[in-house]
Design a protein around this ligand. Sequence first.
Ligand SMILES: *Cc1c(COP(=O)(O)O)cnc(C)c1O
Length: 416
Amino acid sequence: MVVYHRTEQSAYRHGVFPDEHGRFGPFGGRYVPEGLMAALIELDAAYREARADPEFMSELSELLRERVGRPTLLHRVPRFAETLAVPGIRVYLKREDMTHTGAHKINNALGQALLAKRMGKSRIVAETGAGQHGVAVATVCAMLGLSCVVYMGSDDMRRQESNVLRMELLGAEVRAVRTGNRRLKDAISESVRDWIATLATTHYLFGTAGGPAPYPQIVRDFQTMIGAEARTQILAAEGRLPDYVVACVGGGSNAIGAFHAFAADPRVGLIGVEAAGHGVGTGAHAATLSAGSPGEMDGSYSYLLQDEDGQIARTHSIAAGLDYPGVGPELSYLKDTGRMIGGSATDDAALRGLWTLSRSEGIITALESAHAVGYLIEAAERGELPTGSVVVLCVSGRGDKDLDIAAERLGLRSAG
Ligand SMILES: *Cc1c(COP(=O)(O)O)cnc(C)c1O
């Protein structure tokens, strides 16, 4: 039974979205205090100029090539594909885990840091949850000679000590946030407060394809090389476009980066895999598109997880990078229009994905990316993948950071 919906036509056209109000259909926009509006408009104008400047774009390309390691590999994983037991299926991995620092986040961090320099800013502020975005930002600030302050919830700092140490070694100042739940959301508020007070010298380097306009577009554009490279690479390898592109969804940056170059080709199925935690029915999950509803959060109108009173819900995922109650406006639009297939994978499915890909191919992915792998395994078991499918799966990051939790949950010997 084939349940995946592939539209014959796509309303999606490159260059149409966002519109002049920073909207993707009804989603996106700018829901911010007055003090921030001018800064966002300045950023928008500076970004448009930079993108039209061949010198800026070629400097960025060169840095991506020489310092990040782009283009990243796209290659087949035949032994993994065999475990799916779908006749003739061919699975390719897009290896963002092989970039410098080991995840896609550096693509956006580098683009925005270069933009900040061009705008004459000498200082970067950023928020971080698990610390992955903070490490990417601290890395590019060291690379480009920018001063760097990263806000992080004090609870997150305790749980992610090695990333705090990495950021400090890279020369960043990590400031503990002790308000609210002492988590990512509180760190975002503190970053915004800092930015409003220091606009003349400072750029706020936002980490995912959400937040107020123009961030969803900026972050998307600085991640679109994932899909653009994959498109060229799969055409060279297969002589045709893939049937499916699969990526995990936290805030949505690696997914929209992987999808964008394929979005106007209606025959390519786009599958965004969210974190179902203990199960979408349990309330302990982070499956925003699957189980949430539209509302306003972090400066934008988009899907989010909220209770009946509009309070932001608590989330759970085994993958820290997916454990967030929101998702960016462009993925919300793609989901609502039926262009994107919204899937989810539980903690257990992700662990199974991690285990299977490690054993069959020698690739230890981040637990975030393992959600996409786990989803593919379960979709194959449900009989949803047609014979002879060609699948591109985005490996957003490497799994070294997750070894402790994987060892405990998978019962590896030394963990006992
Ligand atoms: C942060 C992170 C994610 C989730 O963020 P998106 O913006 O949804 O891409 C996924 N994978 C890895 C490895 C991450 O570090």
